[in-house]
Design a protein around this ligand. Sequence first.
Ligand SMILES: Cc1ncc(COP(=O)(O)O)c(C=O)c1O
Length: 399
Amino acid sequence: MNKRLSDRVMNIKPSATMSLNAKTKIIVKEGKGIINMSVGEPDLHPPLTASYAGIQAIVKGKTGYTPAAGLIELRESIVRYLLNERGLEYKPNQIIASAGGKQPLYNVFQAICDQDDEVILPSPYWVSYPEQIKLSGAVPVIVSCDETTNFKITPEKLAEVITPKTKAVVITSPNNPTGSVYSENELKALGNVLKDYSEIFIISDEIYDQFVYEGKHISLPLIFPELLNRTIITNGFSKVFAMTGWRLGYIAAPSDIAEAIASFQSHATGSPSTISQYAGISALNGFDKSMVEEYKKRRDILVDGLNQIEGIQCTKPNGAFYAFPNVSQFFGTMFEDQQIIDAETFCHLLLEKQHVSAVPGTAFGEPKNIRLNFAIPKDLITEALKRINNFTTQLAVKV
Ligand SMILES: Cc1ncc(COP(=O)(O)O)c(C=O)c1O
């Protein structure tokens, strides 16, 4: 039969948060004071200098095509950023600018994966990785990592899942949704496993790199320079520079991979927006480090508050801006005549009854937890804690 849609798109899972988003919109429309902790967005403004640079580009008519890989000035700025902030040496031809943090990752899977290759993906994971891996024809090999290792993959678990088909492993540090950050020793241990497999790529998603509250962010090749020729760093301006809608991100990769991605991108989308690229050059000079201290305070209020609520356990995230509490103790309980069977029903009822919006962990491969964004003002975090407590104290054991 002649199908209307390709197997490729039919194979993509719909977003696990779609019905929740629809419910959130209705409650917002009704004018009820919702506390939205479900979005993956910081409550900052982009650096003003970046916004002005964007405006200047428009006014001066610097709005034409750029090379598909991005403006050379932007790529040089990214090279300087990686050297100054990460201690990593790249050349501009190893940097490819793309739309947001998502497109660089999509490009990478397209560039390196063939049908039935395996990509190791520690879970909990950011929602789009499995679908992007599948779109490349590869198979996501999901490795479940729980609270006992702070949701991080151990060298033992990594070694266990490597097969002759393994093409890459994805490391996200700081992580979305868990906020976990790999320490130098943990990265060393993973590097020790990976150095023996010269065919395996390391995809290092560093989009939350500046949001680290204890210790510091480290890129794997800094510890293992011999892994540099098979490490692909992806990053973006959405989180650290609060430029979600500007859609700008990049990869830093070995030259042959960068070249292949530039060629692929030139046919798929071309460069990211020229205006955003000019804004990006300016943003790279202006990260406001004072926000890290502020987010740390907000994290402490939220996580300490959550752990005081009976039935909730929350490990302290060392980075990003998400808390990922375990709410599984409430599974099976009742809110009036409605039963909480999983994280999704928990989130739906929390939204309906207390107008706090959270994301069920199911979306990230961990059905026992929920994700709460703490990049919102402190008074709202305190109010959200009150509402979550109100909600959970009304949950009754089913009789
Ligand atoms: C870990 C991670 N990588 C990539 C992205 C994609 O970033 P963008 O929204 O800029 O496309 C996100 C966004 O939430 C993320 O959390």
